[in-house]
Design a protein around this ligand. Structure first.
Ligand code: ZN
Ligand code: ZN
Length: 416
């Protein structure tokens, strides 16, 4: 097939716009826009048409969709308003008519050089969008996998929709007081609607690490809301000390992405004074959520343990050494309603402690992530094996718990 002959056939079949004509030859030549290519093919075909070229009219393939591109680009910039945008991507929803005429074109005038009209529409939209942005003194680049802003043009409705991608930040938090959950818990009585028990707040606890940390991010980014994703979570009554626990904050529909992290940290320090601190704030990518939540780092704990009967230092010492090694832990009774009931193999790396009285001790443990340490002490009615209670032969209960350290062994954990 000769491209020139095909161009003559195409132009004889009906009125075609430059872009639709050009798309039939998209794989020939480089450095030309679709419209340039169409104009070129039209000029080459003209002599052979001998004046038989049809009078200009609406393009029978796209219905002059390309003529709407400047208006759609204007609309996109209007929607964008003052959202900070580094990268963008356009997508096009073709009308059924446009899908049909394209199919007909491919059947009737098959071209080995053709590209889908959609691709040219996307390109033209992107270029027009960048032009309108530039007029306002702004710039942005196309990003195919993770654009800041995604526009969808519906050809049939001639409408433009915008979706602003979330902004992500990571850091570590320290929880200095007991009684604060990591994320907000709906009230058990009313499930969040608000009742007498929760004083109408709909919450089981008045505040959470999330509620103390995310507002500063939402304000700085001028987003519509935010979520905190933790690398695991400590119990409500446990403190989180040391270098803190890794987290990712996801800010929804942000208008600002380049924000001052030092100012955010300072704001959190002021508003959550004495309760929560954040360390090592940094910008993050969306994939940080999965990698942070999936992290099962080793943890160092310090706890106060109360015994049901007096024990000696030697007994404590021996029992703690007996804890070091593999542990079979069935899902604790208190979490069986939300976690699969099965026996998980875990490890205690190190255990030490000292008696505070014949019936109380301070214990430090270094153990694998995902091990429930309260049950490691109490035995959870035999569901954790071995346990401190079982090794001592007396009842044992954690009365105070601190996470001293979340270790940086994410890399070694994932390679195991
Ligand atoms: Zn067309
Ligand atoms: Zn309630």
């Amino acid at each position: 097939m000769d491209p020139n002959a095909l161009a003559v056939q195409l132009l004889r079949a009906g009125s075609l716009c430059d872009q639709c004509l050009g798309q039939q030859f998209a794989r020939i030549g480089h450095g030309l826009t679709g419209a340039d290519r169409g104009r070129l093919m039209r000029a080459i075909a003209r002599p052979a048409l001998k004046g038989a070229e049809l009078a200009p009219g609406p393009c029978w393939v796209c219905g002059d969709a390309f003529a709407h591109v400047p208006a759609w680009a204007e609309r996109a910039v209007e929607l964008l308003a003052d959202h900070e945008v580094g990268t963008f991507l356009f997508g096009v929803r073709l009308s059924p008519r446009l899908e049909a005429t394209q199919e007909f074109l491919a059947e009737r005038f098959p071209s080995p050089w053709a590209e889908p009209i959609r691709r040219e529409l996307n390109r033209c939209l992107g270029r027009a969008f960048e032009r309108v942005l530039a007029e306002g003194g702004r710039s942005a680049g196309v990003h195919f996998s993770r654009p800041d802003v995604r526009f969808t043009v519906d050809v049939e409705r001639s409408a433009v929709d915008m979706h602003v991608a979330a902004a992500f930040f990571r850091g570590r938090y320290r929880k200095l007081v007991r009684g604060i959950p990591q994320t907000h818990w709906p009230c058990r009585e009313c499930r969040g609607r608000g009742c007498a028990t929760c004083g109408g707040s709909g919450k089981q606890y008045p505040e959470s690490v999330e509620e103390l940390v995310v507002p500063a991010f939402v304000r700085a980014c001028r987003g519509t809301g935010a979520k905190l994703h933790g690398a695991g979570r400590e119990d409500v009554d446990a403190r989180m000390l040391g270098r803190g626990r890794p987290f990712v904050v996801e800010v929804l529909a942000p208008r600002r992405r380049t924000v001052d992290l030092t100012a955010i940290a300072a704001e959190i320090e002021e508003s959550a004074a004495g309760k929560v601190e954040v360390l090592e704030l940094a910008f993050a990518s969306p994939s940080a959520v999965e990698s942070t939540k999936g992290e099962r780092a080793d943890k160092r704990y310090r706890m106060k343990v109360e015994f049901g009967a007096p024990i000696s230092s030697a007994e404590l010492e021996q029992a703690l050494q007996g804890l070091v090694g593999p542990i079979d832990q069935r899902t604790p009774q208190r979490v069986r309603h939300r976690r699969a009931d099965l026996v998980r193999p875990r490890r205690v790396h190190n255990a030490s402690g000292k008696l505070l009285s014949p019936t109380a001790a301070e214990v430090e443990l270094l153990c694998e992530g995902g091990l429930y340490v309260k049950e490691l002490v109490s035995s959870d009615q035999g569901a954790t094996e071995p346990s401190l209670s079982q090794l001592l032969g007396v009842a044992a209960q954690v009365s105070e718990l601190d996470v001293l350290e979340v270790l940086d062994n994410a890399a070694s954990a994932s390679s195991r």
